[in-house]
Ligand binder design. Structure first.
Ligand code: SAH
Ligand code: SF4
Length: 389
């Protein structure tokens, strides 16, 4: 018999699963606590389940997180986990601690089908959607590792490739920081892939992130980044409204068609209308527009004017992202002056426009352990996360 992976279920799914075993819904909530708040990975640990149920569960179910391939920690506390998600397929999760929050960046697909001109994930093509267990498993691993670190009272240290389960006392305590608060306070879905093209799995994983019986994060602290899949933005608004970042990158259809090819299907007029609809129901009263600064391509004064005009009726903030080059990209990063000028123009109209902090560069030096492409992706992920804050 095929055993189901309990990490693939959100609360509704787990309730249905336990119902199929003739068990009451509260069992689902007990198991959610064990899985996601205690980081348990075996049924024997679940001491408040009846012994008979604990004996039955391993026959029909398993707890199978994605396999941890590699873990890294930099001196400033940034941590990265590389997860093996099939032969030659890996995705990366990055944690950035700051004084007032800890942000985890997660991936939703292996590769991406949308082929944006400036994106190395897009250049790899699409491989497959991540499962719910693989998406939420990124949070599961990070939470365990960070709780372990807090329990041990040490600064981040590089760990062995396959860390042992939490040892001794800390093992089945809720995974919280030393002050009892969440170590991971924010999640951004802006690693590899287009979350809204893996809609159902993304929504189920996000539902676990928000569920008080699992990770209990606020809707305002979970951000989905999308290249602008208009119908899915509307479905998200109805099903699971969380903070939304839209990868705009260009103020006209002619330019965006070239940089973000999905624009040919969902052009700017439709995208802006979807953004306005989203703000009405979303947990935040603005959309974050991400805008990669590409030298001579979209960073000129006229582009700033066009951008202001385009977004005049959309409550929004801007994150200007210095382009992170990769081999054969065919673009250059905008000079710092051009970025400053662009941001000033937006701010002169009363818009909030942030640009990347310099911290990412320090991290680059620390993350040279991961090979080629992966290293390149991790730098980009870290920069993008800083932009969104
Ligand atoms: N597919 C979604 C989420 C993942 S990409 C999206 O496109 O929004 C997350 C962000 O990283 C996007 O804003 C994307 O445009 C940006 N990005 C992609 N390639 C980049 C690069 N080379 N340098 C800087 N940012 C990049
Ligand atoms: Fe990259 Fe996002 Fe474009 Fe996909 S949609 S190619 S992940 S920027």
């Amino acid at each position: 018999m095929n055993r189901v992976n309990l990490l693939d279920f959100d609360q509704a799914g787990l309730v249905a699963f336990f119902a199929s075993l003739g068990e009451k819904p509260f069992r689902a909530r007990q198991v959610l606590h064990w899985l996601h708040q205690y980081g348990a990975d075996d049924f024997e640990a679940m001491t408040d389940l009846a012994k008979s149920l604990r004996a039955k569960l391993p026959q029909v179910a398993e707890i199978r997180p994605p396999v941890l391939g590699h873990e890294q920690a930099s001196s400033d506390g940034t941590r990265k986990w590389l997860l093996e998600v099939g032969p030659n397929n890996r995705v990366e999760t990055v944690f950035i601690p700051e004084t007032d929050r800890g942000t985890l960046c997660v991936s939703t697909q292996v590769g991406c089908a949308l082929d944006c001109a400036f994106c190395s994930t897009g250049k790899q093509g699409f491989n497959r959607n991540l499962t719910v267990a693989e998406i939420v498993g990124q949070l599961w691993w990070a939470n365990r590792a960070l709780a372990h670190q807090a329990t041990a009272g040490t600064l981040a240290q590089p760990s062995p490739p396959a860390p042992q389960p939490l040892a001794g006392e800390g093992r089945f305590k809720p995974l919280r920081g030393e002050d009892g608060g969440h170590i991971i306070s924010n999640v951004v879905l802006m690693g590899m892939g287009e979350p809204l093209l893996n809609f159902d799995n993304t929504v189920a994983a996000v539902s676990l992130m928000l569920d008080d019986h699992a990770y209990g994060l606020s809707r305002r602290r979970v951000t989905i980044s999308t290249s602008g899949i208009v119908p899915a933005m509307d479905r998200l608004r109805e099903r699971m409204p969380v903070a939304l970042a839209v990868s705009l990158h260009a103020p006209t259809d002619a330019l965006r068609d070239r940089l973000v090819p999905i624009n040919r299907k969902y052009p700017l007029k439709e995208l802006m209308a979807a953004c306005r609809r989203y703000v009405q129901d979303g947990p935040r009263d603005f959309i974050t527009f991400e805008y990669i600064m590409l030298d001579g391509v979209n960073d000129q004064p006229e582009h700033a004017e066009q951008l202001l005009e385009l977004t005049r009726h959309v409550p929004c903030k801007f994150n200007l992202i210095p382009f992170n080059p990769f081999p054969m990209a065919g673009f250059r990063r905008s000079p710092a002056d051009a970025v400053r000028r662009f941001a000033s123009r937006l701010m002169a109209e009363g818009k909030i426009a942030t640009t990347r902090k310099t911290r990412g560069d320090d991290i680059d030096a620390a993350c040279g352990q991961l090979a080629g492409q992966v290293e390149d992706k991790s730098r980009r992920v870290i920069r993008r996360m800083e932009m969104l804050q």
